[in-house]
Design a protein around this ligand. Structure first.
Ligand SMILES: N[C@@H](CCC(=O)N[C@@H](CS)C(=O)NCC(=O)O)C(=O)O
Length: 129
């Protein structure tokens, strides 16, 4: 059984959970709820970036970054199921994935601005940008 370090609100982890479901691999992935504020959380030992999602394989290796995990799950499901193996269409799909990833990055930065910065330090100009 693979193990996925995840946090329920994380859009990156959700992207991986959706991919696992679409590929029929849901039953092979055990979800581990990470506490991203806890310096002792196992994800800090298994992903040097301390981020979710991180996928722990049965024989030990850890794969992190949602885009890489999607590549791995697709490969594990036979390949070419959600990511075209080659050709122009592969780059179109990867670019689309980057667009979605960029939207998530922007949304997460916005949430972190409110969550981590004192109100006086929050920047309207940055948020508008
Ligand atoms: N590029 C990474 C981004 C992952 C990421 O930033 N995850 C957030 C949760 S939504 C996280 O773990 N943040 C903890 C931190 O930055 O310390 C991916 O696509 O997996």
């Amino acid at each position: 059984m693979m193990m996925l370090h995840a946090a329920w609100p994380s859009p990156y982890a959700r992207k991986v959970r959706i991919a696992a479901a679409v590929l029929g691999l849901e039953g092979q992935v055990e979800l581990l709820q990470s506490d991203l504020f806890d310096p002792e959380d196992a994800v800090r030992r298994q992903n040097p970036l301390g981020k979710v999602p991180a996928l722990v394989l049965e024989d030990g290796p850890v794969i992190y970054d949602s885009a890489v995990i999607l590549e791995y799950l697709d490969h594990r499901a036979g390949g070419g199921r959600i990511l075209p193996p080659s050709g122009d269409v592969r780059f179109a799909v990867l670019t689309e994935q980057s667009l979605a990833g960029g939207l998530i990055d922007a949304a997460v930065l916005k949430v972190y601005e409110g969550r981590f910065r004192e109100e006086a330090m929050r920047g309207r100009r940055w948020l508008d940008h």
